[in-house]
Design a protein around this ligand. Sequence first.
Ligand SMILES: [Zn+2]
Length: 333
Amino acid sequence: MQQIIGEASVRKASDCYIYPRKFGYEISYRVHQKKIVAQQLGFTTGEKLILLFKYLAGMDVSERRKVQIGAASFQYQSGVCRIRLSSVSDYRNHEILVLRFLHSASQTERLQFLFPNQMIKVAEKVRAHGLYLFCGPTGAGKSTTMHHLAQKYSDRQIITIEDPVELEQETFLQLQVNDKIGLTYEKLVKVCLRSRPDLLIIGEIRDAETAKIAIRGALTGHLIFSTLHAMHAHGAIPRLKELGVPKEELRQCLKGVIYQRLIPLVCSRCGEKCQPFCPYLSRNHAVLFDTLFFEEVFKKNETGARWKRLLGKAWARGQITQKTFQNELLYEN
Ligand SMILES: [Zn+2]
């Protein structure tokens, strides 16, 4: 177990899979969308390992068939690591365990930016009261960006509502959504607004109720960060309209949309294509932003062309390959 957590940490893996195969169990890691098979174990050893993880995460060890989700902090040689676990059985009644490694606060510092001045600009703009939305694909580091920005307010009251809490921050009050016992985003936001936080981070606006309460919070003078599913920066307003938010209210409180993606960089060691065990693998991605602030949010403008210019600049500087340039272009429709 120590070995798995240690290895995941060294490789900066996001997930570890303990899967039953024909011969026994296979342990593999996911590092930036790439799957790396690391080890094979017999069925008995694999089952013992899964049992131990489940026990330590407070999961029901006698339940093997149903899907179970747990989370726990595990100690290993070089620190403490927070892990979200999910288990279920396959058709042969062999258990499957997936570990998701949730990043600790210190890892936020490791976020790289394709153009560091973009992050400086974002940090300057997100001060006015109102709602700021962070958009982009899953795994693009939206939560990390929000936490990074929030650290600047660390002397004030910051509340986060997350599902689950992925980045532990000592100076924040962090709440976790639990739909099963009725702790929805909507309910938690209501409670939090009453305690007048200087900054409220809502993990995600994914339904009409959460959208409504987030807008109400922003309209009543709170500073709110949240993520929203949108394909590009100009996709945020149509998405909020879909969730039933009137445009007039948006005009009053939506202060910024920050779209981001994690762009693969050319490796200083391997060149265009990183070897699976390259020590720089985890450093080989950088965030690219497309941002809209204040009146820009409501103006029709060429987000695709702007994005292309920035990617072109990175390509010209040799930071990314031509293939990356082509793959990462944005299409507004
Ligand atoms: Zn490399």
